[in-house]
Design a binder for this molecule. Sequence first.
Ligand code: ZN
Ligand code: ZN
Length: 94
Amino acid sequence: MSDLQLQVAPPDEDLFNGDGERNHCDWGETVCLETPTYVVVFNMAEGDAEAAKLCARHYALTLAKHVEVHTYSCERSVRDHFSFVGPIGNPQAL
Ligand SMILES: [Zn+2]
Ligand SMILES: [Zn+2]
């Protein structure tokens, strides 16, 4: 047993981007450790923007939930809620 060595995993560069920020899915309802590949930029009521980076599944869920659920109870348009959606690096303005 003494010749067994503890294997130290090399740092996973996918977990962090340049400034040390965490880099996993921002889905808020459950912890999701998927690497985000899509971004949603929300228009906040005060005019501030807030971005969420999401995995493909939760990106689709975020948009679907908004369209299927939220728009029933909200008079504002989709464009009033999201300013950019799409793949990270190439989000589309709504
Ligand atoms: Zn996710
Ligand atoms: Zn709304």
